[in-house]
Design a protein around this ligand. Structure first.
Ligand code: GYE
Length: 361
């Protein structure tokens, strides 16, 4: 769309090819991160200059949720839909995301979309984007910047509310089952990520309010491998754990493996209740069986949501600064029908085969 310097870039790359004697392939200019340029079809859409260029700084590929999120973005921002997507996988490292954003600025993309690995540390590079007149949309996780005009909008989950939902469910379930003492192992997400901050805050507040014991707390980096490793060591140190609060499904998968390997059981009649977030396909299946007793939804299909924001900006419309998405609570059984948080009632969905079959990610 905007003042493209495609021909200048072409010249530069042609000179580079001439100098190095090698060419072909789509070159990546990102250091450390993994940048893919969406393929240019060469045929069909000849209105090449009309494509909207979007640079997407993605967190990484740490979880099922993330994979579904990347797919949604790639599917939405296709050439057929009128976009050219430059996709950068930062491998969970903020410095890679900063490098990617600087590359997007250099390439004069029309929009930068950022899923920030952690909340802080963005002021300088987002100021650079602002100085270059490139709107930045934050998606999935939030940035904590001193000047809010450094990003145009946030679309994603409300993580504190997710944490509150999970904890109110746990309180109601424990009351219904006469479980008087909760000894909780807390496996956190990537420290400093919005999803970790909100979900942790929810648990810590509830533990204080209801007198629950958080016997161990450690990050599992949102991955299955780390979730397993952390759970293994927690089980060695504490023999009274009866609840595990995992901040995503993949950590729960790892934790459940570790619990079983230690000779203990999970589920409504087992030794340990496992709570989780995301409700990815494999996670919701384990909620139907009770292995994950409660799973709070976090929807990763952000592609169309971000596209809607971009289309509004193209039309000169103002955006809401924060656009939280609707998210449900999914549980094994029907012991808890709903939870109430700050005066709002949220229904709990009992996971049945139909619910599992309806999952899109
Ligand atoms: O819960 C987790 C992923 O930021 C909401 O990141 C996202 C979280 C999600 O790795 O699975």
């Amino acid at each position: 769309m905007k003042r493209k310097i495609v021909s200048a870039l072409l010249c530069v790359s042609m000179i580079a090819v001439m100098l190095t004697g090698c060419g072909g392939g789509s070159s990546s200019s990102s250091e450390g991160g993994d940048t893919e340029q969406s393929e240019e079809s060469g045929d069909g859409d000849s209105s090449d200059g009309e494509l909207i260029t979007v640079g997407f700084a993605q967190v990484g590929a740490e979880s099922d949720w993330r994979t579904a999120n990347s797919e949604s973005m790639k599917e939405t921002f296709s050439e057929a839909n009128g976009y050219e997507l430059i996709f950068d996988d930062a491998q969970q490292k903020q410095e890679n995301q900063i490098t990617a954003i600087r590359n997007f600025i250099q390439q004069e993309v029309d929009y930068i979309v950022l899923a920030p690995v952690t909340e802080t540390g963005w002021d300088t590079v987002l100021q650079e984007a602002k100085d270059a007149d490139i709107p930045v949309i934050t998606v999935d996780r939030m940035v904590d910047v001193s000047d809010d005009s450094l990003f145009v909008s946030y679309v994603g989950g409300n993580f504190k509310l997710e944490g509150d939902k999970a904890c109110e469910w746990l309180k109601a379930y424990a009351d219904a089952k006469n479980i008087s003492e909760l000894n909780i192992a807390h496996i956190q997400g990537t420290i400093g990520a919005s999803a970790q901050i909100g979900r942790t805050e929810g648990l810590e507040e509830a533990a204080k309010k209801y007198g629950w014991n958080i016997v161990a707390q450690q990050t599992g980096e949102f991955t299955q491998a780390k979730g397993q490793e952390v759970m293994e060591s927690m089980l060695k140190q504490h023999d009274n754990i009866n609840v595990v609060y995992c901040e995503n499904d993949n950590e729960a998968f790892g934790a459940i493996d570790a619990i079983k390997a230690a000779g203990k059981t999970v589920g409504p009649d087992g030794d340990i209740l496992v709570l989780s977030f995301d409700t990815v396909k494999a996670g919701i299946e384990m909620t139907m069986s009770g292995e994950i007793i409660c799973n709070t939804e976090c929807n990763p299909l952000h592609g169309p949501r971000v596209a809607e924001l971009i289309q509004k900006l193209e039309a000169g419309e103002e955006l809401e600064k924060i656009a939280y998405i609707d998210e449900g609570i999914f549980a094994y059984g029907s012991d808890v029908a709903s939870v109430t948080i700050d005066g709002t009632e949220y229904e709990v969905t009992e996971v049945t085969q139909e619910v599992v079959d309806g999952r899109k990610y």
